[in-house]
Design a protein around this ligand. Structure first.
Ligand SMILES: *Cc1c(COP(=O)(O)O)cnc(C)c1O
Length: 413
């Protein structure tokens, strides 16, 4: 028997659900790339990205996924043989470091603590020992999508400042932008990397760099720079230079619309919505963890991300659970990824275009699957999640500061 017909939920940590408004904005003929409305769309997107990143610096848009934006950040600032320090906290920063190695950089990994966020004190110590300033850049992620950890970026910046080190700080915000606060300038981030398909609610295919003045100046001496990723070329006077070729028009129409949606809701409200829904998920998971089969991957509650929750399976194979949710009920949750978590975890995304029914529906389906498959779990997780969310939303109906968002009430769940 199947109960999946109806709107299906994609609850994986990227790509995320694309709002109907964004899909509709993309559903149109191609336009001129040299003149006309596309020039305004580019301007809006660049301005919107700078507003989302909270920077007065430059923004760049690549027809690429996140890996492309990673490569752009590295090649514009660094030269072959430069040493960089990668802060391990799961899978993604280390993967970024792997790309750097192929580019000819000297990659050092600051080992992470198991199932914890980056240790800022260990970073400070390592940088203090680098008396010759041989480390040219520090690479970190704000949220690691595999482990489900959130790193404290201001603490990392402070550690660098305390050590008096002048390395660039490069931060991957792909899984955190628009899910939690990020303040590129105020936090002293030199390069921010982002992508379209997670909190920004656009299909995969756009990668972004936010670039502060110190990083932009390093471009002058970087010998890894290539024409396609080159910030300088992209600052050129012709519109096509912004993209080093044909603009990815339809993705830009989508991004223009998604940025409008974010600003209509208000970035603060977007972030608070993510916090509440993440806490709703954690409330259910905490209850489930009273049984023997499940456990939060991140041991420290304050280090759990607001965009994705990674749940470890102890002594059970999570594959049937994931398959039941998808094949029987129409909800796709994430698999565990990376050497430590592949085949040993599942991930629930709460990122981007998500609301209470989507999150509660997803949690209910997971609980249904656990009942059907007789997974040893603490019962009543969804009940408790509902109580948490209900209590948190007391008085919301009277809250005049949250006006209804026009045009959102189309057929997406
Ligand atoms: C998804 C993700 C990436 C990779 O993005 P791609 O678009 O798949 O290249 C990198 N870093 C983080 C933190 C991510 O969540």
């Amino acid at each position: 028997m199947r109960v999946r017909n109806g709107r299906e939920f994609l609850s994986i940590p990227g790509p995320t659900t694309v709002p109907d408004r964004v899909l509709a904005a993309m559903h149109r003929p191609a336009v001129d790339i040299y003149d006309g409305e596309l020039l305004d769309v580019t301007r809006n997107c660049l301005e919107g990205l700078r507003a989302v990143l909270k920077t007065e610096g430059q923004a760049y848009i690549y027809a690429a996924n996140g890996h492309g934006a990673w490569e752009a950040a590295l090649t514009n600032c660094l030269s072959a043989g430069d040493r960089i320090l990668v802060l391990e906290s799961g899978l993604f920063a280390v993967t970024w470091g792997g790309m750097a190695e192929v580019l000819g950089l000297e990659v050092e990994i600051l080992p992470g603590r198991p199932r914890r966020a980056v240790d800022a004190e260990a970073l400070e110590q390592r940088l203090r020992n680098d008396t010759s300033n041989s480390i040219k850049a520090v690479l970190t992620v704000q949220i690691d999508t595999a482990s489900g950890v959130v790193n404290d970026i201001p603490a990392i910046r402070e550690a660098m400042d305390m050590a008096g080190h002048d390395a660039l700080l490069m931060v991957d915000t792909i899984a955190s932008l628009c899910s939690m606060p990020f303040e590129m300038d105020a936090w002293g981030v030199d390069v921010a990397v982002a992508g379209s398909q997670k909190g920004l609610m656009v299909p995969p295919g756009l990668g972004f760099n936010g670039v502060g003045s110190k990083a932009r100046e390093r471009r002058g001496n970087a010998d890894l720079v290539t024409r396609y990723w080159d910030w300088e070329f992209r600052d050129g006077p012709e519109h096509y230079m912004n993209y080093c070729g044909t603009a990815p028009e339809h993705l830009l129409f989508g991004l223009d619309e998604s940025l409008k949606m974010l600003f209509e809701e208000g970035l603060e409200n977007v972030i608070e919505r993510h916090r509440l829904l993440a806490e709703t998920v954690r409330t259910a998971v905490a209850r489930w963890c009273r049984g023997d089969a499940l456990e939060f991957n991140i041991t420290e509650p304050g280090e759990r991300a607001n965009s994705v929750t990674t749940v470890r399976a102890n002594g059970i194979d999570p594959a049937p659970l994931i398959a039941f949710c998808r094949d029987v009920c129409g909800v796709t949750i994430g698999i565990g990824i990376g050497p430590e978590l592949s085949g040993r975890a599942f991930r629930v995304a709460h990122m981007g275009h998500v609301n209470a029914p989507m999150v509660l529906g997803t949690l209910s389906v997971i609980e249904t699957a656990m009942a059907a498959l007789k997974v040893d779990h603490g019962e009543g997780g969804v009940d408790e999640a509902i109580r948490f969310l209900g209590t948190s939303l007391e008085g919301s109906l009277q809250d005049a500061s949250v006006s209804p968002v026009p045009g959102q009430r189309c057929c997406d769940a």
